[in-house]
Design a protein around this ligand. Sequence first.
Ligand code: SF4
Length: 82
Amino acid sequence: MTVIDGAVASDIATLLHHRPSVAAGTVRITDACTACGACLATCPERALRRAPRKPLVIDDLCTAWWDCVGICPTGAILDVRT
Ligand code: SF4
């Protein structure tokens, strides 16, 4: 079970409450993630948030820039557009 501290949980709750009505895309982060943090700054929507094991993806904020997919040194971020 992943434990998220109170500040992060509060931030996530705020984001979900104010989420846009339409999300353009999303990504999944695999176990290849080394938690380097390189992807966090690439997202203009702040859809990736620091979390203990690997970044947390806020699907409803993703607007499909995909810069995170390109910058990941381990190929851990998968574009899961349908
Ligand atoms: S760039 Fe890749 S390896 Fe680094 S934190 Fe993001 S998903 Fe993990």
